[in-house]
Design a protein around this ligand. Structure first.
Ligand code: SF4
Length: 64
């Protein structure tokens, strides 16, 4: 799994961080998403897929 982000579109909703806190974080100053692990281990894959699905701005792209 490989994750890419279009952080310019991020509306700082924080849904991704709630669902997959080991993979996503938010910048302290404005809440924009930060990718902690672009190639997360298998144990994180379900959470990453859920984060991509619920992100309101469709920022998170996942390649399997
Ligand atoms: S869920 Fe989407 S819009 Fe919200 S912080 Fe994460 S990447 Fe940004």
């Amino acid at each position: 799994m490989k994750i890419t982000l279009d952080a310019d579109k991020c509306c700082a909703a924080g849904q991704c961080v709630l669902v997959a806190p080991e993979v996503f974080d938010q910048r302290d100053e404005d809440g924009v998403v930060v990718l902690l692990d672009a190639e997360p281990p298998a144990a994180q894959h379900a959470a990453v897929r859920e984060a991509a699905a619920i992100c309101p701005a469709a920022v998170i792209e996942v390649q399997e």
